[in-house]
Design a binder for this molecule. Structure first.
Ligand code: P6P
Length: 336
């Protein structure tokens, strides 16, 4: 059988009854926007889009020119996506209703247009993360609160990693599948159907420079990883930290591992650094559909009820058995 394009894969999913035509169109629109972002990112310094934009996002973080450009590409793409009721971006303070969608608007789209963008100026992989929710029945002018649905209600999620190759990884609830951008044809081609994360691992991903700020369960858990075969875990571990969640998660989807961004004492009232709606929920859906697990150190991320559009959360995700070990340390400690 010849190559399966993303378009053909989505038609397969629609014929099987897993998605409808509106959701198929929405995913194709997002994929097309990611192709445009890939083109802009690949130009690097030649595109005149590196460096800071001189603006800040709602998190108070400096925006890169490519953050702003990627956000504009995704917003514009969904203006004529036609089946969106509204979209929300990590780069925008509030959600943005899509005027031409009423009353067809069936879906809410959330995205982090360029995650890990602090790496863009040093030519390290970055990515776009997206999440699709249903628009609640009868809502024709969605507001922020209509986006506040648990991650378990997502109907689609995924990311595009702009690396040595550009890859789009997608789930619509029927497994996690990887597509590689064929630049000659300008289309995403299915290169891995049904990705599976190994249940055990010898590789962890964390920013060790925060160690002195961790609560006791983290100190104990990571301390035992570092003891290697001489310690209670009985095996040596390797460490990787790209500081671009899309790149770290893609590695874990491909060969296993555990990604950790815990809450810590630096800001004890903040539950974590990563955004629940734009990073943790979509990545947790992708990881679980590949046989992995994702918790906030205590409970399943996809079960969390969001209270705010831009709320943050601690993240432990990846190889199922390792995530269970790390989560058990926190539950036993009980330090909520
Ligand atoms: P740190 C990027 O800013 C990001 O949101 C994720 O992509 C990444 O995993 C994390 O933050 C990196 O955080 O503190 O190591 O720079």
């Amino acid at each position: 059988m010849g190559q399966v394009s993303l378009a053909r894969f989505l038609i397969e999913q629609q014929r099987a009854g897993h998605i409808n035509a509106d959701l198929r169109l929405l995913i194709e629109v997002v994929a097309r926007a990611c192709k445009s972002i890939a083109h802009a990112v690949s130009k690097g310094a030649l595109g005149g889009v590196l460096g800071d934009a001189g603006t800040g996002n709602i998190q108070g973080e400096a925006q890169k020119k490519l953050d702003v450009l990627s956000n504009e590409i995704l917003l514009e793409a969904n203006e004529w996506g036609g089946h969106l009721a509204a979209c929300a971006s990590e780069e925008m303070d509030h959600c943005q209703p899509i005027p031409n969608a009423y009353p067809k608007g069936n879906y809410l789209l959330l995205f982090d247009p360029l995650d890990g963008s602090s790496n863009i100026d040093v030519n390290i992989s970055v990515g776009t993360i997206f999440s699709v929710l249903r628009c609640p029945d009868g809502v024709t002018e969605p507001q922020d609160e209509h986006f506040l649905q648990p991650g378990s209600t997502q109907v689609a999620a995924g990311y595009t990693v702009y690396g040595p190759s550009t890859m789009l990884v997608l789930t619509v609830g029927t497994g996690t599948h990887a597509f590689t951008l064929d630049r000659e044809q300008g289309s995403f081609v299915l290169t891995q159907r049904d990705m599976r994360i190994p249940e055990d691992t010898k590789e962890f991903a964390i920013n060790m420079s925060n160690q002195r700020h961790w609560f006791e369960p983290m100190q104990r858990y990571v301390g035992e990883l570092l003891e290697g075969r001489t310690g209670p875990r009985g095996k040596d571990f390797n460490m990787r930290w790209v500081a671009s969640m899309v790149a770290d998660v893609h590695r874990i989807l491909t060969r296993g591992g555990i990604f950790i961004y815990p809450r810590d004492r630096k800001d004890p009232d903040k539950p974590g650094k990563l955004r629940l709606m734009y990073e943790a929920n979509p990545m947790s859906f992708v990881v679980e559909q590949a046989g992995g697990a994702a918790t906030n150190g205590y409970e399943r991320i996809l079960d969390l009820q969001p209270a705010q559009l831009h709320e943050r959360v601690a993240v432990f995700l990846g190889s199922k058995n390792e995530v269970e070990v790390a989560t058990r340390y926190h539950r036993e400690a009980g330090d909520r």
